[in-house]
Write a protein that binds this ligand. Structure first.
Ligand code: NAD
Length: 329
């Protein structure tokens, strides 16, 4: 029975992962390390009563905190980071400190604690300006934002730590994950919670650009399943690799809005604003590598995930209130 450390476990993906891990019979305990900068204890309220759940408030920029968090842990899922391309453009220093120094602290603390398996949140932003679609793991371009640089540097460190210290890193390049508990608040909120919030408040949402930007939107349960498969992957060929974690399907922002509009039974029309700096026009993943080596299969398609997400916010409207700094990417 393993104790698993989830960094960033008070955030959107991390809290969904922590809950799923506690339901897995191979897991003895789940420890969450989070500084609550964009996450919230609210996301974990169902887990606090569980005796196998361990909460640790702290910052990954502090190496000693990371070392403490690794005590008696057998595997790590490293989700803590400052997300959002626009945030990184506005404040590259903090994004760099959290995403690069923080990740290096977590990797180093793992090595010093004898923890080998470390699954970490990578990002589709690493594809940068590479024009090919669908995206294949080996073909990356130049990063288009400080955030993208930080996520790529994490991959480089993972490779070096595997080669030098025998770590077993597995990077999951998420493509626009969405679902329950994604933060709808603040200037850096992601598009789906913003659309849902607008629909629930009967206010026209703003679409950045002409609505034809497309993404490989991926329901959070698929990303959670990928993490669990990676944490327990016994296949040595699966280790020290990065994988696209997506659905392998393209949805434009306008299509996305229309799907949510149907879920809401709304007749609202969106407003259109300027396209955002650092955003690529289209993104679509080839997910064959994760299928082959991790046994990954995105069981929840986009439209079903959108329905579930909309219903979740509708019945948990207090999550649309104010905390945190907001997020995206
Ligand atoms: P999130 O903001 O909801 O979660 C991140 C968590 O990390 C938060 O709880 C936050 O409080 C915590 N955190 C931030 N800085 C920290 C620090 N210095 N020390 C300790 N904890 C800290 O975001 P998310 O969407 O759940 O993203 C999780 C991971 O996935 C991140 O690494 C993000 O870059 C990556 N990612 C997410 C997406 C997506 O679509 N959501 C896409 C690509 C990559």
């Amino acid at each position: 029975m393993m104790r698993i450390l989830v960094t960033g476990g008070a955030g959107f993906i991390g809290s969904n992962l922590a809950a799923a891990l506690l339901k897995d019979s191979r897991v003895g305990a789940v420890r969450v390390l989070d500084n609550l900068s964009t996450g919230s204890k609210e996301n974990l309220e169902a887990l606090f009563p569980d005796g196998r759940f361990e909460w640790m408030e702290g910052d990954i920029r502090d190496y000693d905190t990371c070392l403490k968090a690794c005590n008696d842990v057998q595997a790590i899922s490293h989700q803590a980071a400052l997300g959002s391309v626009p945030r990184s453009i506005a404040d590259p220093l903090t994004t760099n400190a959290v995403n690069i120094t923080g990740t290096l602290n977590v990797f180093t603390a793992a090595k010093e604690s004898g923890i080998k398996r470390i699954v970490y949140a990578a990002s589709s932003s690493t594809y940068g300006d590479h024009p090919a679609l669908p995206k294949k793991e080996e073909n990356i371009g130049n990063p288009l934002s400080p955030y993208a640089v930080t996520k790529y540097v994490n991959e480089l460190y993972a490779g070096v730590y595997a080669a030098l210290y025998g770590l077993e890193p597995i990077g999951l390049r998420y493509f626009n994950i969405f679902g329950p508990r994604q933060n709808p608040r603040g200037p850096y909120a992601a598009v789906i919670p913003l659309f849902v919030k607008a629909l629930l408040n009967n206010e026209a949402p703003v679409i950045n650009g002409d609505g034809q930007h497309s993404r490989d939107f991926t329901f959070v349960d698929n990303a959670v399943a990928a993490n669990i498969q990676a944490l327990f992957a016994a296949n040595k060929a699966a280790v020290n690799q990065v994988y696209n974690i997506a659905c392998g399907a393209q949805t434009s922002l306008l299509e996305l809005f229309n799907l949510l509009k149907t879920a809401a039974g709304s007749a609202l029309m969106p407003d259109f604003g300027p396209a955002r700096a650092g955003d690529v026009r289209h993104s679509l993943a080839d997910i064959s590598k994760a299928k082959e080596l991790l046994g990954y299969d995105p069981l929840v398609p986009v439209n079903e995930g959108l329905m579930q997400t909309f219903e979740w916010y509708r019945s948990n409207r207090r999550f649309l209130g104010a905390w945190g700094m907001g997020n995206s990417q």
